[in-house]
Design a protein around this ligand. Structure first.
Ligand code: UTP
Length: 294
């Protein structure tokens, strides 16, 4: 088991790519089938023994805390009406462990959100998981990152090849292969123009940081729109200590993007034992009708 137990989950952003749904409700609470996105992320953390959980929230994010809290009235109603299965579901959420919360104040970027966790994390390595990036349940990305950190003591990024025209949506990492089969990050750049990107490796929503990332964020000036970019701080960190990468190619959904959200709902629903077969039949019917008429 990895020695890393701390995880920071930034969830204070404005979610503007998913308006109007996110005007008055957190993007992290958008349901994917029947569970809010952030619950998938917290369940993934717990599967990987990351039990010391800090969620960074902000204005309008109260429903996140309510969701993971005990819901006495609802439990009472379910007990009285004998709905044992639903009661079990509701109780399981509040038993996911102790979740701590801190507020970001103003959403001044991902770097700023991670920095809000400094006092909580202290001088330990920690994982950061973006609350709008969900991973398929059988993904071994996070466990591979933890294993790499355990053998090297280094920070580790999750990296995924994307089509060149999409690299402008991500932090981009240039890497070199090391003799032991791992990759080391040699440069990172935030949202490059495709023609100028040093690679097509996108930095995705799982990070494992040594505590020196905090100093790197503090030393990094704000960029566009006054935001403190985590990517810029990672660039700084990589100049003072090795930053490694784990490259993966499947099982990730950025539910902050409307199309990826829809893909997440469809694929996760199809994979569910309870509703998967019935949903597959529905979907076949819809597709047959759509493609018959077009
Ligand atoms: P995103 O960049 O995807 O989130 O950040 P956003 O800014 O909310 O979304 P758009 O681009 O406007 O649609 C990834 C994660 O980091 C959090 C978000 O809540 C999201 O879970 N975040 C982002 C913060 O906690 N604070 C910030 O200042 C920015």
């Amino acid at each position: 088991m990895s020695k890393v137990t701390r995880v920071v989950i930034p969830a204070a952003g404005l979610g503007t790519r998913f308006l109007p749904a996110t005007k008055a409700q957190p993007k992290e609470m958008l349901p994917v089938v029947d569970k809010p996105a952030i619950q998938y992320v917290i369940e993934e953390a717990i599967r990987n023994d990351l039990n010391n959980i800090l969620v960074v929230t902000g204005r309008g994010k109260r429903s996140i805390e309510d969701h993971f809290d005990q819901s006495f009235e609802l439990e009472q109603l379910l007990i009285e009406s004998g709905r044992d299965a639903d009661l079990e579901l509701v109780r399981a959420i509040s038993k996911l462990g102790t979740i701590h919360y801190i507020r970001q104040g103003r959403p001044l970027g991902l770097g700023h959100a991670v920095l809000a966790a400094k006092a909580h994390v202290g001088s330990e390595p920690f994982v950061t998981m973006l609350a709008d990036d969900i991973m398929a349940e059988n993904s071994d990305l996070l466990s591979n990152m933890l294993a790499l950190h355990d053998t090297t003591g280094c920070s580790v990024l999750s990296l995924m090849e994307v089509p060149r025209e999409q690299i402008r949506l991500y932090g981009c990492a240039e890497v070199v292969q090391k003799g032991d089969g791992t990759v080391q990050v040699v440069s990172v750049v935030e949202k490059p123009e495709p023609s100028e990107a040093p690679s097509t490796l996108a930095i995705t929503g799982r990070y494992l940081f040594t505590p020196e990332i905090f100093g790197a964020i503090e030393a990094t000036p704000s960029g566009k729109n006054g935001e403190f970019q985590l990517t810029d701080a990672i660039a700084r960190l990589s100049q003072t200590q090795p930053v490694l990468g784990v490259i993966f190619d499947r099982g990730r959904y950025d539910i902050g993007d409307k199309l990826e959200y829809l893909r997440a709902v469809v694929e996760i629903a199809l994979g569910r034992e309870d509703i998967g077969p019935a949903f597959a039949a529905e979907l076949r019917g819809i597709l047959a009708r759509e493609f018959q008429t077009s």
